[in-house]
Design a binder for this molecule. Structure first.
Ligand code: CP3
Length: 332
């Protein structure tokens, strides 16, 4: 929490995006008897897998186990998780389709998420904060429009270029429903919020300013007003970091494409940054993990730095790789 405020810490606190996931044998064990979506919707199990990486590695923060697409279901869009990744069989492709995207009451339609947060808080030590999360309006909109993880985001961009007003309405609506969803997470006990903008790197600087900035900024401001720090992770956005700073977050998540000290400078001297070891480094060798992790710590500068990967951990990551990372960051 001190690092979120931009303060100096003896070493950077450490957590990893997707820290609860398939690289953990104990996660795979739980997944043998339950589908991914049912796991997200069963608070006792979702709380259990949230805590697994904390027990094994003693990370400095837990992140709620859920998925970015869970609230889209509450928005009225059907969501499936298949072997090929997420699928939305009835995506938003025309202005008329917007009528199918509805507001929801997070304490009703996503109560299982809030119950997971309450259960985790009960079991988590007082020294370990729980991070709640949601997708940023743009990234959630890409799933609503494309119906899957896109390759070139042609459907999303076509929608923006052909139906600019409808595109703005969609992002504004998602910003509002995501605000209510995140404020409900804070009320349930989340102590910080991360907003994932996983695909924002595909928008041009002009389009960022025209469509994306305003709803994202409104969302960040509304969550911050509740008193918790907001981490904004704009994956692939290193080329527009100077513009990204306008979202007004407390902490900026940085991908692996730019060293942290340079990223901080491009952000205009942001108080706090999070990142940014390339997740592929964890596949080894160990000496390379140690060398590169130490370099990330050094470039973090000793204040306002939360150590993380530059994107989510890969399912094929060996446990020994994570152990080497933890040793290095703790010893730094
Ligand atoms: O970080 C954590 O440990 C918390 C849990 C978490 C998951 N998804 C669990 C998950 C979080 C924070 C997310 C966010 C998420 N989901 C994002 C943004 C983060 C990012 O990576 O940029 C995105 C884009 C999604 C959508 C999503 N969910 C995809 C594209 C996939 C399939 C790809 C894949 O890796 O299989 C998922 C599935 C998913 N979400 C899994 C987990 C653990 C794997 C599901 C399984 O157990 O089979």
């Amino acid at each position: 929490m001190r690092a979120c405020r931009g303060e100096a810490t003896p070493r950077p606190p450490l957590w990893m995006m997707r820290q609860a996931g398939r690289y953990l044998p104990e996660y795979r064990q739980v997944r043998q008897s339950v589908s991914f979506l049912d796991l997200c919707k069963t608070p006792r199990l979702a709380a259990e897998v949230t805590l697994q990486p904390i027990r094994r590695f003693g990370f400095d923060a837990a992140i709620l186990f859920s998925d970015l697409l869970v609230p889209l279901e509450a928005n009225g869009l059907e969501v499936q998780f298949t072997e090929q990744g997420p699928r939305l069989p009835n995506p938003v492709r025309t202005p008329a389709d917007l009528a199918r995207v509805i507001r929801f009451d997070p304490t009703k339609q996503t109560d299982f998420v809030l119950e997971t947060i309450r259960l985790v808080r009960e079991q988590l030590g007082a020294d370990t904060p729980l991070i709640g999360f949601a997708g940023a309006p743009f990234t959630v909109a890409t799933y609503a429009i494309e119906g899957k993880t896109a390759k070139n985001f042609a459907e999303t961009k076509k929608f923006f270029y052909r139906e600019p007003e409808a595109a703005r309405r969609l992002l504004a609506l998602l910003a509002e429903t995501t605000r209510d969803y995140l404020l409900a997470q804070v009320a349930a006990g989340a102590q910080a919020i991360q907003i994932f903008d996983s695909w924002v790197g595909v928008v041009s600087p002009d389009d960022w300013e025209r469509y994306v900035l305003e709803p994202t900024k409104a969302l960040v401001a509304a969550v911050r007003a509740s008193g918790v720090p907001v981490i904004y992770f704009g994956n692939g956005a290193t080329t527009i970091l100077d513009r990204i700073a306008a979202v007004g977050a407390d902490v900026y998540g940085i991908d692996w494409r730019l060293p942290l000290d340079e990223a901080r400078a491009r952000l205009g001297g942001a108080a706090a940054v999070q990142g940014n070891l390339d997740p592929v480094v964890l596949l080894g060798p160990i000496a390379e993990i140690e060398r590169r992790a130490a370099d990330v710590v050094r470039r973090g500068g000793g204040r306002g730095h939360i150590f993380n990967l530059g994107h989510g951990i890969l399912p094929e990551t060996p446990i020994e790789g994570v152990e080497a990372l933890v040793r290095t960051v703790r010893g730094a």
